[in-house]
Ligand binder design. Structure first.
Ligand code: FES
Ligand code: CO
Length: 326
């Protein structure tokens, strides 16, 4: 994929709650990024490479609102400028070239997001995740040896439920994928689907048991390019779920998926039930997706054999092409 174009998009780099008072090193599009919090708790992101001798700053520490390199103690402020070189007679006489690149960084929906260049699109709006009427569970993260585009596309794939997730999301005797329409709306691919629901399992009852529930689950999906998907589920009553899945493109053959699940029923159920359910589902998918060649989804159309029920994948790839992401 076009990594220059991908640099100009927001990508998740971790769950916010995991970033405390120590610097954290992450990898995004083959770029090492250091994340750290200043005294107010505001998150900052910089190139994770000291301008002096290339040391990783994320193995350093935070002191006086600055990140301190572990090798010779140079200090860098929130704007990436070096503010102190302890080896100089006057440690404050710092040359202007002594700075590290600063990246855009925000926290939203419980995730830290970084854009290596000015992002083309804003984050999707997810009122359910900020309303308080929903319980939001953070599942994963799911680190796979695959490209983020494969991890995202797998989330959209209806044909595999009956085979890969038998008894949890599908049934081999009902493998036929029902007709569905797909629309491309700029950088968003939308589609809806209705299918019979699998019964809850005893150990991991994550779906509604509301008596007013119809047997079918209705789902509305929106893929926000490049690697985010929002899925709204209902069963014809008031109970609803919203899945928010987004994949961090670590490199050409690595990604990390974050799957946040919001629901407005069973509000007392401990988060571990949903977390275990998703770790089973993602575990079933992982070995399949890591085996796919090529690593990233091919977008030239000739490399794979698509059927009419692969409509979503075809639309996703077209949208990536139309938006110059491939
Ligand atoms: Fe960072 Fe020397 S390598 S201060
Ligand atoms: Co799956």
């Amino acid at each position: 994929m076009n990594s220059t174009a991908l640099r100009a998009c927001w990508h998740p780099v971790g769950y916010s709650a995991e970033i405390g008072d120590q610097p954290v090193g992450v990898m995004l599009l083959d770029t090492r990024v250091v994340l750290w919090r200043d005294a107010q708790g505001t998150l900052h992101a910089h190139h994770d490479r000291c301008v002096h001798r290339g040391t990783q700053l994320s193995i350093g520490r935070i002191e006086n609102n600055a990140i301190v390199c572990p090798y010779h103690g140079w200090q860098f402020g929130v704007d990436g400028r070096c503010i102190r070189i302890p080896q100089l007679d006057d440690p404050q006489r710092v040359p202007s070239r002594a700075q590290i690149e600063t990246f855009r960084c925000i926290e939203r929906y419980g995730l830290a997001w970084v854009a290596l260049q000015a992002p083309r699109w804003p984050l999707p709006e997810l009122p359910e995740f900020e309303s308080g009427a929903y319980r939001v569970v953070r599942t994963g993260p799911f680190a796979w040896a695959s490209h983020a585009s494969r991890q995202l596309e797998n989330f959209t794939d209806f044909g595999h439920f009956a085979f890969v997730h038998e008894g949890l999301l599908g049934n081999p005797r009902q493998a036929v994928v029902a007709p569905h329409e797909v629309q491309i709306d700029g950088a968003v691919v939308r589609y809806a689907y209705r299918r019979p629901d699998e019964p809850n399992t005893e150990q991991l009852p994550v779906f509604t048991t509301d008596a007013r529930k119809e047997s079918d689950r209705n789902t509305r999906y929106a893929i926000h390019l490049p690697f985010t998907i929002v899925e709204h589920i209902d069963w014809g009553g008031r109970d609803g779920m919203v899945y928010f899945f987004v994949s961090q493109p670590v490199s050409e053959d690595r990604c990390i998926g974050y799957c946040l699940v919001a629901r407005n029923y069973n509000l007392d159920q401990p988060d571990t039930v949903m977390q275990e359910f998703e770790s089973v589902i993602f575990g079933q998918d992982q070995r399949i997706i890591e085996s796919q060649q090529p690593r990233a989804v091919p977008t030239d159309g000739d490399d794979e054999l698509h059927m009419v029920f692969d409509k979503v994948a075809m639309a996703y790839r077209k949208a990536l092409r139309d938006n110059s992401l491939t």
